[in-house]
Design a protein around this ligand. Structure first.
Ligand code: PLP
Length: 438
């Protein structure tokens, strides 16, 4: 019997952490009000509660206009369409992100161009963007990942120089700020997700913010089956779809937005505390803070496990051990999208990858992004934000568990255990065996 829970020792923690999602009478009363109104849907668009929430959400991030939509994936599709993406245009995306950042690019018959991430932030490496720009590039789509921002100063400078649109994927960044401007408000458009795991949620949902009235009008038409927006200054006509959100979701999001700043403070204090406790531990490293990021939105606490320091003991073993100590955690949270089992991309199915080319473009083999690959398969440890919504003592349990695993890591050498097997699985395989997390 060892010291670690995975080898038979006593776990650091048996108690569950703070429950997620959080709700109160605010959500309950709001839902009751919408039910009683019998005005549940998104039509006529924008419906009242959804529109009031969306404008508040935009102002909160210092953008002029906001829209609430069905989810974060369609938010990206709508933003690309609003920006005027045409077939075979190219969109620069970070390799290390959720597949939902990239799928909409293909759906609009455009071409994703994967660029590696900065090892200091795990976000799109702005130093590599210019080499990926071609005459077909139309959009740069940075993702503010987990708890950091991509370098928006440099991204906007490049965009300006090459006449490109910047769409920020802010699915992790509700309430975060870059140079005192909210996430999504520095680029041309910002896209948010309100899916269950996110910092604000209505179970599902998405948001778009912009200060460009033309993009705003096009986004509205695309979301509302092609109908003209109420203002219709630019008179664009296009085929649209029904990507509307319901009033039931919007009323929940309104309550969630009110709660967000307070929760952000608690999370931040606890994440600062854990970093202080873990800093200096040999074999662990931390993402760099950037002073230009004036408020952190922390979707997950992400840090680095350096396997070479621990004689090659794989990250999955450490994560399995941490989970058995009572700490929810993940490693293969994202993969470089071009390598992900969730990215079944057959060039014959996506015309932009085959039509007019001598040879179809094989996205799976055309890119190699070593920093993304290392983060995904060896190094990154992701701890969900809700476990930092509790007390300092909860956070101390997390730090104690990490330190305990590091101190007794030799117990993991060569160990086989179901908890380790789960942690070695990618997102495509896991649903078969995993319980609902959110
Ligand atoms: C970085 C990123 N982009 C886009 C999305 C898509 O959002 P949704 O799940 O609401 O469609 C997500 C959600 O998981 C995400 O994490």
């Amino acid at each position: 019997m060892g010291k670690l829970a995975i080898t038979g020792g006593k776990p650091v923690r048996k108690k569950p952490f703070a429950a997620w999602p959080v709700y109160s009478q605010d959500e309950a009363r709001g839902l009751q009000r919408v039910l009683a109104s019998r005005n549940w849907g998104g039509f006529p668009f924008p419906n009242k509660i959804a529109d009031t929430f969306a404008q508040k959400f935009a102002r909160f991030h210092r953008a002029k206009y906001g829209m609430a939509v069905a989810n974060g994936t369609v938010a990206i599709e709508i933003a690309l369409k609003a920006a005027g993406i045409k077939p075979r245009d190219e969109v620069i995306v970070p390799a290390y992100t959720w597949e939902g950042t990239v799928g909409p690019v293909l759906l609009l018959n455009a071409v994703p161009v994967f660029v590696d991430i900065d090892p200091e932030t795990y976000c799109l490496d702005a130093r590599l963007i210019e080499a990926a720009v071609t005459p077909k590039t139309r959009v740069i789509l940075p993702v503010h990942l987990a708890m950091r921002f991509a370098d928006l100063d440099e991204i906007c400078r490049i965009a300006k120089a090459h006449n490109l649109v910047v769409i920020e994927d802010c699915a992790h960044a509700h309430g975060g700020k870059w140079r005192s401007k909210g996430a999504g408000a520095t680029g041309d458009l910002g896209c948010f997700s309100f899916q269950s795991s996110k910092l604000m949620t209505a179970g599902e949902g998405g948001g778009i913010i912009t200060s460009n009235p033309e993009f705003y009008e096009r986004a509205q038409s695309y979301t509302n089956c092609g109908r003209a927006s109420a203002t219709d200054r630019f008179q664009h006509r296009l085929i649209g779809f029904n990507y509307r959100i319901t009033e039931l979701q919007a009323v929940i999001l309104d309550a969630q937005l009110k709660r967000l700043p307070k929760q952000a403070k608690v999370r931040q204090a606890n994440m600062d505390h854990i970093e202080k406790r873990l800093r200096g531990t040999p074999g662990l490293a931390f993402l760099k803070k950037d002073k230009r990021q004036t408020r952190t939105a922390a979707y997950q606490f992400v840090f680095k496990y350096l396997p070479e320091y621990f004689g090659g003991i794989p990250r999955a073993a450490v994560l399995g051990a941490l989970q058995m100590e009572g700490i929810p955690c993940d490693g293969l949270f994202y993969e470089p999208v071009y390598r992900s089992a969730l990215f079944h991309v057959d060039p014959c199915e996506w015309p932009a990858l085959s039509c007019g080319r001598k040879k179809p473009l094989d996205l799976k083999t055309s890119f190699h992004c070593p920093v993304s690959e290392r983060a995904a398969y060896e190094e990154a440890i992701w701890l969900p934000h809700h476990i930092f919504l509790g007390s300092k003592k909860d956070t101390d349990d997390i730090a104690d568990a990490v330190l305990k695993v590091c101190a007794n890591i030799e117990e993991l050498r060569g160990l086989k255990h179901p908890a380790i097997e789960v942690k070695a699985m990618g997102r495509a395989e896991r649903p078969r065996i995993e319980k609902r997390q959110w």
